[in-house]
Design a protein around this ligand. Structure first.
Ligand code: PXG
Length: 456
């Protein structure tokens, strides 16, 4: 049982021969070879050469409770022995899916009492698109089909998810976007705010939603979707004026508001959901990642009561679902994960103690000569790398400084992501103050090393 014990070189060779990675330039990868991660504990990873790496990204924004929680493995083992699989189609359910649904109703904002399960964030987004359009059809408004998203949003890799992304390179492959999807601007003040105050800019960019609704006609628009804080786009913290304006516009125009909580959900912002932090009042909330802390693949859509009531009372059959919707093992592990977050007060700790502590230390990195802006909230952070602070001018070509800094971080034993020239972190929520100190020291060292290389 278990894996053979190859050397790094053998793993890398087999990897290049047999595995096509997601979001990867394979030719470039084959020239260098993959980094092979073999084990993890707490907030640290170990690679196949025995190097310890501080995981500043919690995997891919998901390992909220940290690595090595053996009780989650225990729950999975017990559930696999008792009922490894059964479906939730055909008027059937099982205790783990019901228990998780009830727990989710408890931790999500008031007015959310029902969950529809998927296996990933992307599938949750596709579910939202079908559900929102279906909802309006049930209310006798079948022309309300268009979903409005934003430039530089990330909503996944399925056909609808990738179409809702606002990234041109993603749309350039596979015939995207699919019909019925359009985009407005993003609240990225540092890069796009010009001379406006963050508050004025936030309001102005939110008003693009109203303009777009008027341009398309309200009778054609089903929903607006947005991440409370854009994650993969570069941890973009919206100005304080942004969400109140958006919420107001959606209410006035009768279009559904979808808060994509795949990253912000389960404590990342210091409250359970980004919707709690920004008082958003969404109609639908796709979730994934922190739902199981990445221990097993699972996603869901949380449905506000006034939407669920229409789907239930008027709906007939909703022809949508996956073999593994509400998989018993994934549900049991997710329930145990939510109890860990709740009973160990991990989210309160991020909200009241470690989050503010991280932010205070992180903001100080703005004094570094390479950093034009340091921003963040809860356990999310970003640094804008610039050649000139006063002009907000990036190094040429765009993305080079970010790649240099990311590689320097890795040499220093820290995973810090680069989105273009924006360095981002999203660490496990269980980090202690001492570990935060360690992360910030490593980040600062990596900025120093990057600056030295960029100046040579
Ligand atoms: N919505 C949001 C806001 C996300 O961040 C998805 C939906 C899709 O979830 P799945 O589980 O289908 O991946 C995501 C995923 C990155 C990166 O490079 C970000 C994500 C996934 C992979 C890479 O930052 N976010």
């Amino acid at each position: 049982m278990g894996l053979v014990n190859h050397t790094t070189a053998t793993w890398q060779l087999l990897d290049t021969k047999h595995f096509l990675h997601p979001f990867t330039d394979h030719k470039a990868l084959h020239a260098t070879g993959s980094r092979i991660i073999e084990s993890a504990e707490g907030i640290y990873l170990w690679d196949s050469d025995g190097n310890r790496i501080l995981d500043g990204m919690a995997g891919l924004w998901c390992v909220n409770v940290g690595y090595g929680r053996t009780e989650l493995a225990e729950v999975a083992r017990e559930q696999m022995e008792k009922l490894p699989y059964y479906n939730t189609f055909f008027q059937t359910a099982h205790p783990p899916v019901i228990e998780l649904s009830e727990l989710l109703a408890d931790v999500t904002p008031d007015g959310f009492n029902r969950a529809f399960f998927t296996n990933s964030g992307s599938e949750s987004i596709d579910t939202v698109v079908r559900m929102a359009r279906h909802y309006w059809s049930l209310l006798g408004q079948p022309t309300k089909q268009i979903i409005i998203s934003r430039t530089n949003a990330y909503h996944g890799s399925t056909m609808a998810g990738a179409s809702l992304c606002g990234m041109p390179h993603i749309h350039s492959q596979g015939g995207l976007p699919i019909p019925g999807i359009t985009h407005i601007g993003q609240p990225y003040w540092y890069r796009e705010g010009g001379n406006q105050s963050p508050e004025d800019f936030g309001r102005a960019v939110a008003q693009q939603l109203e303009q777009k609704i008027q341009e398309l006609g309200e009778h054609q628009v089903a929903a607006f979707i947005a991440e409370p804080i854009q994650g993969a786009g570069g941890v973009i913290i919206p100005p304080t004026t942004y969400w109140p304006e958006i919420t107001d516009i959606c209410r006035r125009h009768q279009i559904l508001l979808v808060a994509d909580e795949v990253i912000c959900g389960f404590g990342r912002t210091g409250q359970w959901f980004g919707a709690d932090t920004y008082k958003i009042l969404p109609d639908l909330m796709p979730i994934a990642k922190g739902l199981s802390s990445g221990y097993l693949p699972i996603g869901a859509v949380m449905i506000a009561d006034h939407i669920a009531n229409v789907l239930i009372e008027e709906g007939g059959e909703f022809f949508h679902g996956m073999t593994y919707s509400g998989h018993p093992v994934a549900c049991a592990v997710s329930s145990a994960n939510i109890r860990i977050l709740r009973d160990e007060n991990i989210i309160q700790q991020v909200g009241n103690d470690t989050g503010p502590y991280l932010q205070k230390k992180w903001q100080k990195l703005a004094d570094h000569p390479l950093v034009g802006e340091a921003r963040g909230l809860g356990f999310l952070g970003a640094l804008e790398l610039v050649e000139s602070k006063s002009k907000r001018k990036t190094y040429d070509p765009l993305g080079h400084a970010g790649a240099v800094c990311r590689d320097a971080a890795l040499s220093n034993g820290l995973i810090m992501r680069a989105v273009g020239d924006t360095m981002i972190i999203s660490p496990p929520l269980v980090m202690t103050r001492e570990q935060i100190d360690e992360l910030v020291v490593l980040a600062e060292q990596s900025l120093d090393d990057a600056l030295t290389s960029l100046r040579n």
